[in-house]
Design a protein around this ligand. Structure first.
Ligand code: ADP
Ligand code: MG
Length: 211
């Protein structure tokens, strides 16, 4: 069993029809600049390393990079911090998407129950508050609706503090689709954390898949 890195995890998801921010792995600042031009500012600089799982905990994620000067700064900072942990760490560049509602969707395989899907709202707070719902895979749309309604923070979907409201029907379809994908291809675990929601659009900005 092996965890796919962010690039390969997102390739797998993109193939299944999910919208992702595809990272471009770069080897030096010149490549980083070219990648950012191609992708279009604003971009995100992220550490790319098999040994660093929680990237932002080590200062390995810089969002909202608007120009080349900021890119240069972030590139060096992220690389420097990462190399202290993993001398082979690289950096990747990806599109920075606007603020939206951050969702967490995961799949894990339970020894006695089999595959389980997990859903929660709120990015970093999900882990803190354990405000998540679970179902056995596969789920149907009604199960997905229940999962959405079980979350205490569900009002965040209605357009909190100027963020666009999340289309709950589209969200339930998204959850069903994750469950469907998780059934196949030897997938053992999937962490989509976060998925950023805008109305009926769901963009996976961080992903880790275990095959
Ligand atoms: P990790 O979970 O390993 O710390 P993430 O890739 O999830 O790293 O990045 C940390 C946070 O940065 C995310 O929760 C999200 O808020 C933000 N982020 C990451 N990638 C993007 C992106 N492409 N566009 C906008 N925000 C992002
Ligand atoms: Mg993450």
């Amino acid at each position: 069993m092996a965890f796919l890195n962010e690039l390969d995890s997102k390739r797998l998801l993109a193939k299944e029809g999910f919208e992702v921010t595809m990272p471009e792995v770069v080897s030096n600042l010149e490549e980083a600049k070219r990648a950012a031009e191609r992708i279009g500012y604003p971009v995100v600089v992220k550490v790319f390393s098999n040994r660093i799982v929680h990237k932002s905990d080590v200062g390995g994620v810089v969002v909202g990079i608007e120009d080349e000067a900021a890119l240069k700064r972030s590139y060096s900072e992220v690389l420097l911090r990462a190399r202290e942990i993993d001398p082979e760490a690289k950096v990747c560049i990806q599109k920075c998407v606007p603020k939206g509602v951050e969702l967490v969707v995961g799949i894990h395989t339970d020894e006695s129950f089999g595959k389980v899907i997990m859903y929660g709202i709120g990015g970093v707070f999900v882990e803190l508050l354990k405000d998540v719902s679970f179902r056995l895979v596969p789920i149907g749309e009604e199960d997905a609706v229940e999962m959405i309604e079980e979350i205490k923070a569900k009002a965040l979907l209605d357009g909190f503090r100027g963020l666009p409201a999340v289309d709950k029907r589209a969200l339930s379809c998204f959850l069903v689709k994750v469950s469907d994908v998780a059934q196949g291809k030897g997938i053992v675990q999937m962490d989509l954390n976060p998925v950023i929601a805008y109305g009926d659009r769901f963009v996976v900005v961080d992903a880790r898949v275990l095959l």
